[in-house]
Ligand binder design. Structure first.
Ligand code: UTP
Length: 299
């Protein structure tokens, strides 16, 4: 009974953030792209907050050796800094930094060799055990209505389709399909849910089977680890998450959910800039000043 209950909810998120970030060089030579600031918080923190808004409190970071120190420092309690702020009567600031170190439970797993996203996810196996879990790329953030985060929508879909794998994404303009994993659909289940027969990685515009693109979020049953274990190296000599999903699809249904929310690829320079501008325009302390500045610029 205990095991059954354990499997019912999705309480874990695996966030791979060990990648080199070559699209974002040269800054990624010295700073992890996942720690680059979107205004006053690192990219990673927006993902953590989306997990928390979705009811997930257990986070597994897959990190590389060179990112370990910065990420761990940001997410641990800094008693000395807190005491300093208290002495200076900066209690709001003290509370703010305290909350970062305590808002969720974090496990860290080192990826020694960059063998791909599938390999990164597989490394979480001993922590996830037989639990269902979410995977979110460490460089993808979303803006959303507070009570309806994309991760929560994907979990609801996962429950609706009897806890089968759900790939999260959006319908995109046809001209961009060659940048994404694109869904080959068997049938539409409802306005946002589709059953899949395949995922085609970065197809040409002519060959793309649909406009539905995978955008860095998935919900998995724990059995995906058995498939990842047997996934051979694919494109670029890496173990691809998409290849493991293709193996899973041979044995059971896999679904796509077209989530509500705006996604930004912060591993891409333009995507990162768009995230900063949109998030600043949604903040009361920044929107008026930025809007005035942009109005002047566009003139
Ligand atoms: P990306 O392909 O976007 O990240 O992987 P990358 O490899 O850092 O990017 P570029 O192309 O070189 O700029 C998606 C997510 O998976 C992680 C990355 O850190 C990123 O958050 N990842 C990728 C790993 O953790 N390990 C890997 O071996 C590959």
């Amino acid at each position: 009974m205990k095991d059954l209950i354990k499997n019912i909810d999705v309480n874990y998120a695996v966030i791979p953030c060990a990648g080199r970030g070559t699209r974002f060089l040269p800054i990624t030579k010295g700073i992890a792209k996942e720690m680059c600031p979107v205004i006053d918080r690192p990219t990673l923190d927006y993902i953590i907050d989306e997990c928390l808004d979705s009811g997930i409190k257990n986070i597994v970071f897959i990190i590389s050796k060179d990112k370990e120190e910065t990420i761990k420092r940001y997410y641990s309690v800094d008693k000395e800094f807190e005491d300093e702020l208290e002495k200076a009567n900066k209690l709001k600031e003290k509370e703010l930094i305290h909350s970062i170190g305590t808002k969720c439970h974090i496990d860290y797993v080192l990826q020694d060799e960059l063998l791909g996203l599938g390999h990164a996810v597989y490394l979480a196996k001993d922590i996830i055990k037989d639990n269902n879990f979410v995977v979110c790329c460490g460089d993808d953030i979303c803006t959303y209505q507070k009570n309806n985060p994309p991760i929560k929508q994907l979990i609801e879909c996962f429950k609706k389709v009897n806890r089968k794998c759900v790939v999260g994404g959006n319908e995109i303009e046809r001209k961009y399909v060659n940048k994404y994993g694109v869904m080959d659909v068997i049938k539409k289940i409802d306005s946002r849910t589709y059953q899949l027969k395949g995922i085609i990685e970065k197809p040409s515009i002519e060959e793309a089977p649909s406009n539905l693109a995978s955008l860095g979020k998935w919900v998995f049953p724990s059995k995906i680890f058995d498939y990842l274990k047997n996934t051979p190296k694919g494109k670029g000599g890496e173990i691809q998450l998409t290849d493991a999903i293709a193996l899973l699809m041979k044995d059971e249904e896999v679904y796509f959910y077209d989530f509500i929310g705006k996604r930004y690829d912060c591993g891409d320079k333009l995507g990162y800039l768009k995230a900063i501008i949109d998030i600043a325009l949604s903040r009361d302390d920044l929107k008026d000043g930025l809007y005035e500045f942009l109005k002047e610029k566009v003139k």
